[in-house]
Structure formats: structure tokens, C-alpha cells
Design a protein around this ligand. Structure first.
Ligand code: ATP
Ligand code: MG
Length: 147
């Protein structure tokens, strides 16, 4: 079982798409084990996107990620990391396939709806970054015991 970190970015919050994106994850059978709203500050944004710090578009990422609070989620399931990345689709919504979250809800790279950890190792680091070991719950759904 894996747990991965998801952020619903400010365009998702502004456009009222939080519920629809969460439904996609739930419909797939993944389990939400952590869910909170957070106003990000420069420190956490700079840490999270440090690998992009020298890119010309970095200042616009910094202001975009602060525009509204984001929704941070811990999502658990078998192969959760790759499954969520596949549901998410390509980084640029214009290249993301229809049926994927970015393919269906996004138009340009400036607003690509969702962040999802890209490996199991990254997920551990990012879960720690956004949840700090708190407010992640371990529970079993009754349906999983029946199936
Ligand atoms: P994320 O990490 O947000 O899940 P990703 O793993 O698909 O996205 P990364 O390469 O990690 O893609 O890029 C991180 C984020 O930086 C992207 O989601 C996007 O918001 C932004 N970004 C990446 N490339 C560009 C670009 N060329 N122009 C503008 N923003 C970009
Ligand atoms: Mg990434």
C-alpha cells in the first residue's frame, strides 16, 4: 500500500472544481487519508519547487501557488503514486489526454489543476512537508473487508 501527496492548486479552488477532482480519486477506489486547506508561504513553495528555481517562469509559479489556499491531500491505495499520476495526466493540460484530470479540466500550463508526487520517495518527502506526520489517518473501509 502506498500513500501519495496531492495538492489541488488555486485554479481548482477558484473554479469550484475541488469536489469533481476529489470524486475522480474516490471513484478510482483510492482512499483519502488526509485532507486540509493550507495557505502556502514562500518558504514551502520554494522548497517544493526548488528544482525549478532557475526557470524564467518560477516567479509566476510562486505567485500562482499563493493566489488562494490550496487543498492538500494524502491519498492511499495499491500503487497509489503511479495510479494518481496517470489519473492526473501530462504536466501541460494542452497535451494531457482527455479523460485525465488535467486533460478534462485544464487549458494551459499556467493552471494545471493538481500536483501529485512523482515517486514513492518523493511522496514520503512531500507528505512530511505538507502534513509533518500529523492528521494522516489509518482506517479500513468496511467494503474492503467484504470484497
Ligand atoms: P506537479 O509537480 O505540479 O505535479 P509535474 O510533475 O507534472 O507537476 P513538474 O515538472 O514537476 O511537472 O513541474 C512542476 C510544476 O511547475 C508544473 O505542475 C507547472 O505548474 C509548473 N511548470 C512546469 N513547467 C512549466 C512551464 N514550462 N511553464 C510554466 N509552468 C511550468
Ligand atoms: Mg512534479
Amino acid at each position: 500500500m502506498q500513500t501519495t501527496l496531492i495538492l489541488l492548486k488555486p485554479d481548482t479552488v477558484e473554479r469550484g472544481l475541488i469536489g469533481q477532482v476529489i470524486s475522480r480519486l474516490e471513484n478510482k477506489g483510492l482512499t483519502l487519508v488526509g485532507l486540509k486547506m493550507m495557505q502556502l508561504d514562500d518558504a514551502i513553495i520554494n522548497e517544493h519547487y526548488d528544482f525549478l528555481a532557475d526557470k524564467p517562469f518560477f516567479p509566476s509559479i510562486q505567485s500562482y501557488m499563493k493566489r488562494t489556499p490550496v487543498v492538500a491531500m494524502a491519498v492511499r491505495g495499491k500503487n497509489a503514486v503511479t495510479t494518481v499520476r496517470s489519473l492526473t495526466g501530462a504536466t501541460n493540460p494542452s497535451e494531457a489526454l482527455p479523460g485525465s484530470i488535467r486533460g478534462d479540466f485544464g487549458l494551459t500550463i499556467d493552471g494545471n489543476i493538481i500536483h501529485a508526487s512523482d515517486s514513492e520517495e518523493t511522496a514520503k518527502t512531500e507528505l512530511n512537508r505538507f502534513f509533518g506526520g500529523k492528521d494522516i489517518f489509518d482506517y479500513t473501509k468496511m467494503i474492503e473487508e467484504i470484497l
